[in-house]
Design a binder for this molecule. Sequence first.
Ligand SMILES: Cc1cc2nc3c(=O)[nH]c(=O)nc-3n(C[C@H](O)[C@H](O)[C@H](O)COP(=O)(O)OP(=O)(O)OC[C@H]3O[C@@H](n4cnc5c(N)ncnc54)[C@H](O)[C@@H]3O)c2cc1C
Length: 339
Amino acid sequence: MAYLAANIISLVYRFCDEKHLPYDRDVDLSELTYMKTGGRAQALLKPLFSAQVAELLSFLSENGIPYKPIGNTSNLLFLDEVDYPVLICSAGMTQITVDADVGRIVAQGGAMMPDLARAALLSSLTGFEGLEGIPGTIGGGIFMNAGAYGAELKDKLIGAELALPNGSVQYFTIADLQLSHRSSVLRREASGGFVCSATFQAPRGNAQKIFAKMEVYHAKRHKYQDFMYPNLGSIFSGSPYRALGRRDRIFKLISAGYYFLNYEFKLFRRESPINRKWLNDIVLRRFPLHYSLQPFSDKTLNCLVNRGQGTAEMVRFIRQMEDLVSGQIPLENEIVEEF
Ligand SMILES: Cc1cc2nc3c(=O)[nH]c(=O)nc-3n(C[C@H](O)[C@H](O)[C@H](O)COP(=O)(O)OP(=O)(O)OC[C@H]3O[C@@H](n4cnc5c(N)ncnc54)[C@H](O)[C@@H]3O)c2cc1C
């Protein structure tokens, strides 16, 4: 339990009422979150503009009230047994404005990356094609420099407007944000800043070529990504199969053989293997992983799925995998501990 005392949380509700800031009380996170997990949140706040976010952050920090920004929760594992105090959601800030003549796009922190990719396509601006299938917001994407198919958010980003706990709204340049592979200054320093909007600069491209790329990526994603069970994309930034191979020579040989056979498939049909159940079963035989409900996708060991096993089992799997890959690949999913 991390619930705030009634008199403290009522301060938050009163602040929101006075500032006309939309919010929900006592939210069931298993209904709200992308992974369909989590206990309850005392307050889910949905600010509408950057000055309002800044005022909110200043109010919360002055009163020592803990909070966490959230976007679409597509990288967040909220724990079933934990009740959370204040979540600040960007769902009220989803506008995207395009100036096609100068190749400039301004997107609010809660705009979805697929919508950014589609807005760029409609104006024949290129460089966002790989983001089309990432189910996250601009804010969540900047936090971890999301990317796929050779495109990362940082490629076309020139800066972002952040609301800070001191009550100010500041413009961070791309250099200030220090984006690197699946990371940023926000992720590394946990300063409590909230991405309100981001500005991108992109060159003109050929709309048909942009469309064709997006279509290929979309189809590919469907082949290798689990879409049956709630999940959070990749658990690790990197291949756990390769990391396990470094630990166990026999598994390395078997998986090399598996990939060799599938390479022909990939090379000539330009498709990725769509189901690694056979290889996953070998992993289960060679490594000490035992479950009543399989916690990962048949398509890949690197995707945690919700089959109703509960988050204690999910965390147990993540921790075991972390031990097995012994720091060779960083954890990409974020476990939201009590705060
Ligand atoms: C099916 C699937 C496929 C995926 N594929 C990819 C992929 O190809 N590439 C990739 O990079 N990722 C992928 N992901 C992971 C995920 O979509 C990304 O990490 C995305 O950037 C998360 O965005 P979000 O809005 O859901 O953020 P959330 O999960 O809500 O939050 C993630 C982090 O960002 C912080 N945050 C969120 N909004 C803000 C804000 N406005 N200001 C400050 N901090 C904020 C949160 O506090 C949290 O720490 C995938 C996930 C799924 C479920």
